[in-house]
Design a protein around this ligand. Structure first.
Ligand code: HEC
Length: 712
């Protein structure tokens, strides 16, 4: 929704009927060829389309469509579905819709064009991301979406390319390497196009990288500007748009040999644009490594910040740092929503963010000045914010200073992660998927840069040592759909979902909020009071955000299903009572009123080793060695304490567990490299690899019967 229109809504000039009128007068756009700045800014002239990642540049994810509404949503049924081919990895995509064509991305950065009314496949683009790239990214091989501009479709690939495709055929027109995956950079976020420039960031804050965002000419792919979010090695000039501001403001907040670990500040998700003030907002990630003692004293600008830039030049305008010298992996990459809202009787031009640190921030989006901030979930790392928005930290929680394991809330998965929220200008509420999950941080005893595996300076071994801590963390596991009033900084209503890591959200002028959850339910709630009006069982965990669109006078609601992501991969035994999702069949589901297609049947349960595990016979020392290595190298994909979260193989039940030769050929020899399981020969000796097997056998015995006790 454009600034003007949302201002009018806030002032009550339009009200709900204004939305209905706009929907009734829906004019169709001429397809991808007609998508440009004007059509995105004036998105409400063609409310049936979904032209950019957040529907509009302000990232509100609010649709003016009303055909499906709180009175008839009970009649929603499946219109069609599309089975996403490839392996069963996370699906995070926001499909874009232009001129009756849907442009979808899937795991491994594939792009699919479908007829948005029938689901007929028009083309598929497969970028052939090397499977070994899996080991150079933190959080699964998802992709969140494309950008469209003047007949072209742009996608960032997991291995660091930005590719322009012909929207009609899916043929690649140009491709640039914007980030190097072999150095720990990956792309999961969607690009956006502003004033003819494709803007793309990258992730890698767990892999000793230095964050940046780059703008390319949409026509030619020529690099226009680059902005680094943290300083590089002193004395080395980047020749980038960030040079002056890094020297002047950021560099003085870093000390020691910080550049060796990259520094972090990666822009892996949020990018919004405000046409009226001509500001581009980027959210920056955690410091690299997490462990602040290894990294640097000082605030470490611009990690965990919102930075406002000029889209034409990449020049710095202002910044707001949420967590100075972040040691918790509290990225500020989460979606940045722009809106004009009435606070204390005055209409304010704000931006809103609910980042991983657990606090809902409202800033003046023109000046970057702090307006308000309040926890949207229990937090213990800070006691609150001062009048400038700077946190008053609980220094007793700085694990890197005390060396003691420390339980922090929220944990590293965040109180809210990338799963998009939605702002409904009619209710004035932000619909926010909240996760509860504490995490225990512990400084690694020795920190050295590794070529493979995470470089966080955190040992990941603090957790399983202490059953009480594990119990405490499990108790903290919750999830809510929260309707947050940004003006009063209070929840208007909240729906408990039971488990964390649920799907993104869309709200509509039909007084509806749609969300999928980690248990595989896809639901519609009444926007005003949170009452659940409709739901369907999909049998696969949902993290992606739904979208809604209209083709041929008919409104549709679409959502990708497919479980995965950081929490699903790594939480392991900590999330045991949460989503297990062994079915995990990736699909796109599309609903309409009166849709009559039958929901696809639940998948058969996977075939796991049914025999009891071999007895654990080795010494406690060997098991301890195996545990250290497992937690350090394997847990991020195969789950904490060797309990899989349902995405990658559960090693306690793997055939290779009973076959030491096969185990070595996989872990050392790279036998399954084509499937994404790289060789660890450079990191682990054969003896250590065998110790890891001993540890997994020990865990298999310890937990025997656990899987059988689960619901499926
Ligand atoms: C970056 C993610 C990642 C990491 C880290 C990782 N793996 Fe894997 N692993 C995979 C994937 C993906 C597969 C599935 C490969 C396939 O299906 O071909 C796999 C499969 C396996 C298998 C075969 C399982 C079966 O069903 O037979 C074994 C054994 C294994 N991994 C052991 C390990 C060990 C030990 C470590 C730590 C030293 C480790 N993995 C670290 C991604 C990872």
């Amino acid at each position: 929704m454009s600034g003007l229109r949302s201002l009018a809504m806030t002032l009550g000039l339009l009200g709900a009927s204004g939305c209905a009128l706009a929907a009734g007068a829906a004019s169709s756009l001429g397809g991808a060829a007609a998508v440009d700045g004007a059509s995105i800014i004036h998105a409400d002239r063609h409310p049936g389309e979904w032209l950019t990642y957040g529907r509009t540049y302000d990232e509100q994810r609010y649709s003016p469509l009303t055909q499906i509404n709180d009175r008839n949503v009970g009649r929603l049924g499946l219109a069609w579905h599309y089975d996403i081919p490839g392996d069963r990895r996370v699906q995070e995509g926001t499909p874009l819709i232009a001129g009756g064509v849907m442009y979808l991305t899937t795991a491994w950065s594939r792009v699919v064009a479908l007829n948005a009314a029938t689901g007929k496949r028009l083309w598929v683009f497969h970028p052939h991301v090397p499977r070994s790239a899996d080991a150079h990214g933190c959080c699964d091989v998802g992709n969140r979406g494309v950008a469209i501009w003047r007949g072209r479709v742009y996608v960032g690939t997991y291995d660091g390319r930005l590719i322009a495709l012909d929207a009609k055929t899916g043929r690649p027109l140009w491709s640039v390497r914007t980030a190097d995956y072999t150095k720990g950079y990956t792309i999961t976020g969607a690009p956006i196009v502003v004033k003819g420039r494709v803007i793309i960031g990258n992730g890698g804050g767990e892999f000793a990288t230095r964050g940046y965002v780059t703008a390319y000419d949409a026509r030619t792919g020529k690099e226009d500007w680059r902005f680094y979010t943290v300083p590089g090695k002193p004395g080395v000039r980047d020749g980038a748009a960030s040079d002056a501001v890094l020297a002047r403001i950021a560099r003085p907040t870093w000390h020691g040999q910080y550049w060796k670990y990259g520094g972090g500040g990666n822009v892996w998700d949020a990018i919004s644009y405000d046409p009226s003030s001509d500001l581009l907002y980027i959210g920056t990630g955690n410091g690299s490594p997490w462990n602040g003692t290894v990294r640097s004293p000082g605030d470490n600008l611009f990690i965990t910040s919102i930075v406002a830039l000029r889209p034409q030049s990449g020049h710095y305008v202002w910044h707001f740092q949420e967590v100075p010298r972040d040691v918790w992996d509290y990225d500020a990459d989460q979606q940045i929503i722009l809106a004009d809202i009435r606070i204390g009787g005055k209409v304010r031009r704000v931006l809103m963010q609910a980042p991983k640190d657990g606090i809902f921030y409202v800033l003046d989006r023109t000046t970057g000045r702090f307006i308000s901030g309040r926890p949207y979930t229990p937090i213990n790392w800070a006691r609150g914010l001062d009048s400038s928005g700077r946190p008053i930290e609980n220094t007793g929680r700085f694990y890197d200073l005390t060396g003691k394991p420390t339980l922090a809330m929220p944990g590293a998965a965040g109180g809210h992660n990338w799963q998009p929220m939605s702002y409904d200008p009619a209710t004035g509420l932000v619909y926010l998927p909240v996760s509860g999950m504490a995490f225990t941080y512990a400084a690694a005893k020795r920190v050295s840069l590794r070529k493979l595996g995470w470089n966080t300076g955190d040992a990941f071994t603090a957790l399983p040592e202490n059953p009480q801590v594990v119990a405490q963390i499990r108790k903290s596991l919750t999830g809510f759909l929260v309707a947050w009033n940004p003006a009063t900084q209070r929840a208007a209503w909240s729906v408990p979902l039971g488990t964390p890591w649920n799907g993104g959200v869309v709200s509509t002028a039909g007084n509806l909020v749609f969300q999928g959850d980690s248990m595989g339910r896809f639901c519609a709630y009444r926007a005003t009071d949170g009452r659940r009006l409709w739901s369907v069982e999909t049998h696969t965990g949902i993290v992606a955000p739904p979208v809604t669109y209209e083709v041929g006078g008919r409104q549709y609601v679409a959502v990708e299903i497919g479980w995965g992501g950081a929490f699903a991969l790594a939480a392991g035994q900590l999330a045991l009572d949460s989503q297990v999702n062994e079915g995990n069949v990736p699909r796109l589901l599309v609903f309409r009123l009166g849709g009559r297609q039958a929901m696809p049947a639940p998948p058969p349960p996977p075939q796991w080793m049914r025999d009891p595990p071999p007895p654990a016979t080795v010494s406690a020392q060997a098991i301890a060695l195996g545990r250290t290595k497992f937690q350090s190298f394997c847990s991020v994909c195969h789950g904490d304490s060797a309990v899989s979260g349902g995405v990658l193989p559960d090693l306690r039940y793997a055939q290779a567990l009973v076959n030491p030769g096969l185990w070595q050929r996989i872990v050392r020899g790279g036998l399954l490299e084509p499937g994404g399981m790289v060789s660890f020969a450079g990191q682990l000796t054969p003896r250590e690899i065998e110790a890891v097997r001993d540890y997994v056998i020990y865990r298999a015995n310890q937990t025997q019967g656990e899987r059988a006790a689960r619901p499926y």
